[in-house]
Design a protein around this ligand. Sequence first.
Ligand code: 6PG
Length: 259
Amino acid sequence: MKPKRNIFIFESAYTLSNYLMKKWHSLARESVETKGRFTVALSGGRTPLEFYCKLSNLDDFGLWKKTHIFLTDERFCSFDEEASNFRMIKENLLNYVRIPEENIHSIATNHVNVSTCASQYEEKLKSFFDFKEGDFPSFDFMLLGLGEDGHTASLFPWDYSIKETTQLVVPVSSDQLSYERISLSLPVLNNASNIFFIAQGSQKSSILEQIIEQNRDYPASYVHTQQGSLSFLLDKEAAGRLSYRDSFVDQDDGILIQS
Ligand code: 6PG
């Protein structure tokens, strides 16, 4: 059965990131009011940059002090390196907002090997989230990018880690990667309440056509939620091969098409 997905198509990265800002704000308020905290998992890559820069202007200490930021994945490298996702999120977001240090939950990469890093991050999730044995933590807000090969987080089509069904965090090693990786596993991605895929640029149009219109199997195809919402936020170039009428639905300047 095809997972229920909302596909939003935006005129530009500008309107896409504005929409995501509004969703962040409303979901953060709702989570803090109902649960006393807002838990998010953020991706690396270039696509989220505009959103992170905009979010860095959110000057609401009442929300930031209740917001807990985790990463969906990380490269096995020092935080000083250009390739570090934590470095990118710090330089574009965390350095500018009044979020308490203890609310920032990076993936430590200073352990002896990538498996130890994955185990340590798994322990961090288990001590932070309250969930039953055999179940999975549930993030309020999961931001995922999409690679041209259909990967998301660091779950790649050519790696068995996409098939992990019990671990919360997986190590990924391959000579196809410049860096070994640490990634949330698919069950953790799927247990989030609100999942947002963001993709921009014509270079993503082919993989999106294969995933959304042709239902081809890629790691990103396996992301869906039982109880939450799954939205693809695309700019027009990325959506260039999707069959939709260019008629605007009043969704923050985005066109909503169901898939
Ligand atoms: C990473 C990301 C990865 C990213 C995609 C898309 O560690 O690189 O987590 O999954 O989201 O590769 O990257 P772009 O946004 O740069 O296209």
